[in-house]
Ligand binder design. Structure first.
Ligand code: TTP
Ligand code: MG
Ligand code: MG
Length: 454
């Protein structure tokens, strides 16, 4: 940025802030254009590409015969039989016994994802990866070299197809929301350009749950007050919506009208939408080895902490549940000394809970942890005790770096190395309890203000 001496102040910037790519979200007076790209049936498409004999056949990734857990995705042939992400392995096999179920090859998908993200940077200087297979690009002005927006979109689709042999769908619009919705509407292998007016028309007939961010329960609540379609929502009164949903209500109406509400929500207004944030995992094979359980628990804690941080909240009550092969599912919960979004804290206390709950050596079928009593992080900043402030400050840079990597390349790209403070068999106390990793022995005692609530 160039600088110029100005009469009033010593120096005034020559380039207006709105042209600074780092500030693209703060440029209300410059019409901007966004492109959303999402790979089609991503994991399954990568497998098809690497094994052309799968082409035309129903393919699912994850959840093979006799396996537990869920299908991560199904190709579009398998979707005709009703298979979809998140479906249990058993149900998928009932619906489509002839489907080919492939093991999940996570590192391969992350590698391909990184290649695609790098390629996208050739088309725009502002690429924001949103998950393992999707990204939002600010393409303001980038279409000049291609003729028009649709031609730029097509050039991206062709490049990804030629370089990586993979299909994707591209949506383009005047804000990130419209671009994402256009990509959803264009699936599969599509390209859809919507302006603000086109978006309003395209959204209006859709059921409310087609809007990004509106899940089953919100859709049911909207239906409860007579709002079935996005057109109904766009035409509802803010008064009625605010009464029922709080600040989220008017924001939903704006989104249904094609306005991007993401930046309109002030930090202070942000209320935790979720009551609790948790993850659980059903294992392919029962686990009775303590090291293996520990590694799974660390992974779960990282995922929970990351979602908690992303929501801008901290949580107070930690729950751990186990499921044994006979489906007994005991759980224990604990009130933390202070609310947290820190995975190290979650790991330590989750171990404490595990030592109380688990009969060492007993096979475990499922492990889950969740955090509730969520509150906006800001509310808590003045109340954290010294111990957690020091700890959270230390953890802060690390969290930021890890979250950026995971945002970019997916949840599994980095996981806590099972070395250093997490290495070796966990220690046991005199009465056989597991001592949390990385803690001094004194920490294995109940912390002064930890309250066991079940
Ligand atoms: P999605 O983009 O949601 O789905 P998709 O690419 O398989 O299909 P499409 O976009 O064409 O509708 O997710 C990207 C990948 O993330 C998906 O291929 C598998 C993985 N995934 C999971 O592991 N679990 C899930 O619950 C979902 C939704 C996706
Ligand atoms: Mg996809
Ligand atoms: Mg996706």
């Amino acid at each position: 940025m160039g600088w110029q001496k100005g009469p009033g102040s010593r120096y005034a910037p020559l380039t207006p802030a709105v042209l600074d790519p780092g500030m693209e979200e703060h440029a209300p007076d410059v019409a901007r254009t966004y492109l959303h790209i999402d790979m089609d049936a991503f994991f399954a498409s990568v497998e098809e590409r690497d094994n052309p004999s799968l082409k035309g056949k129903p393919v699912a990734v994850g959840g093979g015969p006799g396996k537990r857990g869920v299908v991560t995705t199904a190709n579009y042939v398998a979707r005709k039989f009703g298979l979809h992400s998140g479906m249990s392995a058993w149900e998928a096999q009932q619906k489509c016994p002839q489907a080919i179920f492939l093991p999940i090859n996570g590192s391969k998908y992350i590698y391909v994802s990184a290649q695609i993200m790098a390629t996208l940077e050739r088309f725009s200087p502002i690429v924001r990866p949103l998950s393992v297979d999707e990204a939002s690009l600010d393409i303001t002005g980038c279409d000049r070299h291609y003729g028009n927006l649709a031609m730029l979109g097509q050039a991206i689709k062709d490049t990804i197809s030629e370089k990586y042999g993979l299909p994707c769908t591209v949506g383009i619009g005047p804000n990130r929301l419209i671009a994402k919705m256009a990509a959803n509407l264009g699936k599969p292998d599509g390209l859809l350009v919507l302006d603000a007016e086109g978006a309003t028309k395209a959204f209006a007939p859709l059921p409310v749950n087609k809007m990004v961010g509106i899940g089953k329960s919100t859709a049911a609540a909207l239906e409860g007050i007579g709002i079935k379609t996005l057109g109904d929502l766009a035409n509802s009164s803010d008064y009625k919506l605010k009464n029922r949903f709080g600040i989220i209500g008017p924001n939903m109406r704006k989104m249904a009208s094609g306005e991007w509400a993401g930046r309109m929500r002030l930090e202070d207004e942000r209320q935790p939408v979720e009551k609790s944030i948790g993850h659980s995992r059903t294992f392919g094979e029962n686990i009775s080895d303590i090291l293996e359980l520990r590694s799974r628990l660390v992974g779960l804690a990282e995922m929970v902490a990351r979602r908690v941080r992303r929501s801008g909240v901290v949580g107070r009550v930690l729950t751990l549940k186990l499921r044994y092969p006979d489906f007994r599912t005991p759980s224990h919960q604990l009130r933390l000394p202070s609310p947290t979004d820190d995975e190290e804290t979650l790991i330590d206390y989750a171990w404490r809970l595990l030592s109380e709950l688990w009969n060492p050596g007993a096979p475990v079928r499922l492990l889950g942890i969740s955090l509730r009593e969520l509150a906006p992080k800001k509310e808590w900043s003045g109340q954290l005790n010294l111990f957690s402030i020091r700890r959270q400050r230390r953890a802060c840079d690390l969290h930021e770096a890890l979250d950026t990597l995971r945002d970019r390349f997916g949840e599994n790209v980095v996981s806590r190395a099972m070395s250093g403070r997490y290495k070796g068999r966990p220690k046991r106390g005199s009465s056989g309890e597991i001592i949390p990793f990385g803690h001094r022995l004194s920490m294995s005692r109940q912390p002064a203000n930890t309250e066991q609530i079940s």
